[in-house]
Design a protein around this ligand. Structure first.
Ligand SMILES: Nc1ncnc2c1ncn2[C@@H]1O[C@H](COP(=O)(O)OP(=O)(O)OP(=O)(O)O)[C@@H](O)[C@H]1O
Length: 241
């Protein structure tokens, strides 16, 4: 099997039409392999979230093609896309998107159960994922009994459950203190060592320093790429743009 987990081939996304059309992404080419951790940076409105939602099949490109593990998403029906997402893609949303009436373990098990995995097995996988993010002892808590940092870990557990190969995280450390944020990045880094490809949208150079590669977006285009070598200082020198 090819090690290309995500490929964007000339991808564009224009919102709206006519005089009010907004070109959020313009002819973006990007390939991410298994085991790679890529950070996406850029000013507000440069297209970072658009890139992530297209990569995760949550939205469709208006030009070009997105491939996840070699499958072109453009030709998939809505149901096929949903199945591919549940099987291969873990998405960490800025605002968590957790179900308040479910416990931590139930939230994490939900995508597995929707995919037809028997409840006991889904629950076992959920406990494994909660262990990986360091909160297995909170498995039976409801969301309003957890801090923001703990809820964020649940959201990450839900994204990594069942060994998904593509993990997409939109500012996952946004509301967290720096020690908790570093813990989250460590978990994401750990998934790449397990063979996943991770794409992290971040505003913080320090966090991008965890990545193998940093992609800079501006006005919907990739304007620069840098190897990071997990050394945040690399990003603080000579990278003005
Ligand atoms: N659903 C939408 N409808 C219309 N325009 C949109 C929509 N989503 C995004 N845009 C526009 O597309 C451009 C890129 O937005 P996007 O959210 O991808 O940028 P971003 O880099 O993630 O920004 P931020 O850092 O502020 O989250 C912006 O001009 C934005 O206003």
């Amino acid at each position: 099997m090819s090690s290309e987990v995500l490929q964007l081939d000339g991808v564009s996304r224009t919102y709206g039409a006519g005089a009010t059309a907004v070109a959020a992404l313009r002819n973006v080419n990007l390939t991410i392999h298994a085991g790679e951790f890529v950070a996406v940076m850029g000013p507000s409105g440069s297209g970072k979230s658009s890139l992530l939602t297209l990569a995760g099949g949550l939205d469709r490109a208006t030009g070009g093609e997105v491939f996840v593990e070699g499958t072109p998403l453009g030709g998939l029906s809505i149901n096929e896309l949903a199945r591919l997402r549940r099987r291969a893609v873990g998405y960490v949303f800025q605002d968590f998107n957790l179900v308040p009436t479910l416990t931590a373990a139930e939230n994490v098990a939900l995508p597995r159960e929707l995919d037809g995995i028997p409840a006991r097995k889904a629950r076992r996988q959920a406990n494994d994922a909660l262990r990986l993010v360091g909160i297995e002892d909170l498995a039976d808590r409801f969301m309003d009994q957890m801090s923001g940092g703990q809820q964020q870990r649940v959201a990450i557990a839900r994204a990594i459950v069942g060994n998904r190969r593509l993990i997409l995280a939109d500012e996952p450390t946004g509301a967290l203190d720096s020690a908790t944020g570093d813990g989250i990045l460590e978990v994401l880094r750990g998934r790449t060592e397990a063979g996943a490809a991770v794409v992290l949208v971040t505003h913080e150079a320090r966090h991008a320093g965890w990545a193998d590669r940093v992609v800079f977006l501006k006005d919907g285009r990739i304007v620069d790429e840098a190897a990071s070598q997990h050394d945040p200082s690399v990003l603080l020198t000579g990278r003005a743009h």
